[in-house]
Design a binder for this molecule. Structure first.
Ligand SMILES: Cc1ncc(C[n+]2csc(CCOP(=O)(O)OP(=O)(O)O)c2C)c(N)n1
Ligand code: SF4
Ligand SMILES: [Mg+2]
Length: 343
């Protein structure tokens, strides 16, 4: 007897969100993240034909081949994913855009593009799959490798790292979160919230490279992530059309953050008091962490107020890509009027 697989609100099964078989190394963090993306898109009933996956170059950037096989996809040039995403979201404001990048792709060659994308607040989810090395080119140290870190092929790192969450907050990003490929539950909750945010949502995910940087003393390994991970809060995502109330929450222990589409992220206090709407607190936390070798995860900063690029540009509701020729081209009369102004 054959059983039919469960389907979501669009009538799609989880298999409809799969991609091609993976060619990443077995155990690579990037593949764990691909699976979380599949589950999240399925559970949120996102229409795969409305999603655009855009990436640069690297093992991380090739991973979009392994999820959402029915979605639009551009595997671009090294560090240039932000330009492609800016163009795609501007000509079609109805796309749900996922940018996939690595620590090399974003932290080195693409750092300028990253900063300007955040400054413009392009409406998209921006994933940084951070393993501290250039995995694709065989394990050189990247700009996020910790000071004093030793790796098999890259040697000793004597240059201080960039913290890409700090860079994102300073550039004006309105949603900055950090997670771990070894914690799919937290990652999935953050990813759901990121899809509900208006503007750029950055998720910096520790994603171990099992081939070049997964030794026990590496701060980008599975063991280190599990032992040093310090969640800021217990997270729950409540979609707009869902009325679930979790009984184990006590008033006073909870901070609720309303997202653009009416969904809510519930942050249950674990240890310290932390307000993700406090930008200076987020900067302070990340600065203090540099000294203390901790690895804080969760929603670090959120600000739902900023206008997105299409709002700043006052684009019409109809996606530019759907404009018919007659609306795209000014009429002869309109051209004559414009030209007359220069006479
Ligand atoms: C313009 C340019 N410079 C350099 C390279 C070589 N290159 C390919 S991938 C890569 C680094 C990828 O590192 P990361 O983004 O961290 O991805 P990972 O493979 O670690 O997931 C480099 C330097 C390139 N492809 N293009
Ligand atoms: S080399 Fe590293 S980053 Fe690339 S697929 Fe293998 S484990 Fe993943
Ligand atoms: Mg990398």
């Amino acid at each position: 007897m054959t059983t039919t697989p469960p389907v979501n609100k669009l009538g799609l099964s989880k298999a409809d969100y799969n991609g091609s078989p993976s060619t990443l190394c077995n155990g690579c963090g990037h593949y764990a993240i691909a699976n979380v993306i599949i589950n999240t898109a399925y559970e949120l009933s996102l229409d795969p034909t409305r999603i655009a996956k855009i990436s640069g170059i690297g093992c991380s950037s090739k991973s979009p081949a392994y999820f959402l096989g029915q979605s639009h996809s551009i595997n671009g040039l090294h560090g240039r994913m932000p330009s492609l995403a800016t163009g795609a979201t501007t000509v079609n404001r109805n796309l749900v855009t996922i940018g996939v990048s690595g620590d090399g792709d974003t932290g080195s060659i693409g750092l300028g593009q990253f900063k300007h994308l955040l400054r413009r607040n392009v409406d998209m989810v921006y994933l940084i799959e951070n393993n501290g090395v250039y995995g694709l080119t065989k394990g050189q140290l990247s700009a996020t490798a910790d000071l004093g870190q030793k790796i098999r092929h890259g040697g000793l790192n004597e240059t201080p790292p960039l913290d890409l969450c700090l860079e994102a907050i300073i550039a004006g990003c309105g949603f900055v979160a950090r997670s771990f490929a070894g914690d799919p539950k937290q990652l999935q909750t953050l990813l759901k919230a990121a899809f509900s945010h208006r503007g750029t949502a950055v998720l910096n995910i520790l994603s171990p490279c099992v081939t070049f940087n997964n030794g026990p003393d590496s701060t980008k390994s599975y063991v280190w992530g599990k032992e040093h991970g310090l969640p800021l809060h217990e997270l729950d995502f409540i979609p707009l059309d869902h009325d679930e109330i979790r009984a184990d929450y006590q008033p006073g222990d909870i901070r609720e953050v309303a997202l653009h589409d009416g969904s809510v992220v519930r942050l249950k206090k674990i240890g310290q008091e932390y307000d993700p709407a406090d930008r200076m607190a987020a900067i302070r936390l990340l600065e203090e962490e540099r000294a203390g070798q901790t690895f804080t995860t969760g929603l670090l900063y959120v600000n739902e107020e900023r206008r997105t690029l299409v709002e700043q540009a006052q684009l019409m509701d109809l996606p530019l890509v759907q404009l018919p020729d007659e609306r795209l081209r000014p009429s002869q009369d309109a051209l004559d009027m414009i030209n007359a102004q220069f006479m």
